[in-house]
Ligand binder design. Structure first.
Ligand SMILES: *Cc1c(COP(=O)(O)O)cnc(C)c1O
Length: 349
């Protein structure tokens, strides 16, 4: 059975967090002489709200959940790192992720001295819950599932994911960075039912704010409280909170961007499929296509020489021959297609 106090590191459980002056008193009208701020250069002279109350209320309303179930980080990468640090004892505990998947789980585990077990996906990048559950041992604290998965672009089968959630007594973290581009709603609707479930979402993709740095973790409030306890006190800047509040006024804009990207994804999949050196285009639930080609290194180099940068993923497990291509604007996509057609005539002659 899942028992939060059992899986958390004892030093984190007993930790008394840093208490900032501003978290004790936050009435906007008071005279603030408590934090050694400069009285000039308003509004940037003031430390930001450490718990981002206003921003969380707005996000919570959009997601339809309680603000107490939200953690905000400097990108979702911050939440990945904090989860590992809160739950995994260096040199002792381990985590599990899929192969191939997002590289940050490995990097964060390595940095923190945590062993990572990789479970190979199937031939079609499908998730096999039995293989995952078989890999769990008594020191496994976290399982990272990325769905839709980067770089394979597919979503995992819902029943397989639920199987893992129901058979693991540590935390399951589902990274939903690409959920807005998927043909399904993801796992927000079952968050209430599973106290061992953490969802990661981000403003970097569908919301077009990769440069702003804002990621979300959604979970039971006891888990959220632990992340809040160990984060840097002022992890989300005044600027980030301000811009995110502005952007969140316009969910229609985001929906329109997503619609256009999905339209371009269909167009690109059809067009790229016509090329003689393209061997496979994998079904995508994300804002990119994984494309298997003949001689990927040569094509990658040709595109770089033509000032078009894609991601060469051909050395990852199961991804031999594969390039990962982000769906850009219509103009950018047509420019890529033109280069791909030029390449086709170059290799034919
Ligand atoms: C892009 C991406 C993210 C987003 O990371 P941020 O730190 O929020 O920019 C998270 N997970 C995956 C799998 C991604 O591909």
């Amino acid at each position: 059975m899942f028992d939060l106090e059992k899986i958390i590191r004892p030093n984190i459980l007993s930790l008394v967090p840093y208490s900032s002056a501003r978290s004790e008193y936050s009435d906007g009208n008071a005279v603030f002489l408590d934090a050694n701020e400069n009285p000039f250069n308003q509004p940037y002279n003031r430390y930001p709200d450490p718990l981002q109350k206003e921003l969380k209320e707005k996000i919570a309303a959009i997601k339809g959940i309680n603000p107490g179930r939200l953690f905000l980080g400097n990108g979702s990468d911050e939440a990945i790192d904090l989860l590992i640090r809160a739950f995994c004892e260096p040199g002792k505990d381990n985590i599990i992720s899929m192969d191939p998947s997002y590289g940050m789980y490995d990097v964060c585990a390595e940095i923190n001295g945590i062993q990572i077990y990789k479970v190979l996906l199937g031939e079609k990048f499908e998730l096999n819950s039995r293989n995952v559950i078989r890999t769990v041992n008594e020191r496994t604290k976290l399982i990272f599932l990325c769905s839709p998965n980067n770089p394979t672009s597919n979503s995992f089968d819902r029943q397989e994911v639920l199987n893992i959630i129901n058979h693991f007594s540590g935390l399951i973290i589902i990274d939903e960075a690409y959920i807005d581009f998927a043909g399904h709603k993801g796992y927000l609707d079952v968050l209430d039912k599973h106290i061992n479930l953490v969802l990661l979402q981000t403003f970097s993709k569908a919301w077009g704010m990769a440069g702003v740095r804002l990621g979300i973790a959604l979970a039971d409030d006891r888990i959220i409280n632990i992340l809040n306890k160990i984060k840097y006190p002022y992890n989300i800047s005044v600027l980030t909170q301000k811009i995110a509040l502005e952007m969140l006024e316009n969910t229609d804009q985001k929906d329109l961007w997503v619609e256009r990207i999905l339209e371009q994804r269909r167009f690109m999949a059809q067009s790229v499929d016509q090329l003689s050196f393209v061997l496979n285009i994998y079904p995508s639930d994300a804002n990119f296509l994984l494309v298997k080609v003949k001689d990927p290194d040569n094509l990658y180099k040709y595109l770089v020489d033509n000032k078009i940068i894609v991601r060469n993923r051909s050395r990852l497990s199961l991804c031999e021959g594969c390039l990962r291509i982000t769906i850009g604007s219509k103009t950018e996509n047509i420019q890529l297609l033109k280069s791909l057609q030029d390449y086709e005539s170059v290799i034919q002659n």
